[in-house]
Write a protein that binds this ligand. Sequence first.
Ligand code: ZN
Length: 135
Amino acid sequence: MFGKIEHIGIAVANLKESNKLYEKLLGTSHYKTEEVVAEGVLTSFFKAGPNKIELLEATKSESPIAKFIEKKGEGIHHIAFAVDDIREELARLEAEGFVLLNKEPKKGADNKLVAFVHPKSANGVLIELCQEIND
Ligand code: ZN
C-alpha cells in the first residue's frame, strides 16, 4: 500500500548554499547529510511536519542530478511515497503498465530501500517508492 509522501526531492546546484536557504525557509536545521556514491549524489534532509525535504547535489557529471539540472535547471526532481512492501508495489505497478526504472529495489539514502517509476509513465513526474529498512 502507498502511504504518505515521505519526501520531496529537490535538485540543487550547491548543497551548502541550499542548506542555508532551506534552513531559513523551514526554520529548522537539516538533520542529516549523506552521500549515495552509486548515484553520484550528496543529499541533505530536512523535516517538515510528517514529511521531509531531500536536497540533492551531483557529485559527478554523470550523476542523474547533474543531467537533470543541465536539462531543466534546479527544482523539484522527484516525489517519494512511503510504501510498506516495495516489492509488492513494484509488481503491482508493473502489471498496471508503469515503466519501472528499477525492477529490484536498491539501498537509497536515509536507511531506505528505494525504486523509481519513470516520469514518462507518471505525467512527467519521477516517482520514488521507499520502504524503511528495519534492521
Ligand atoms: Zn528521494
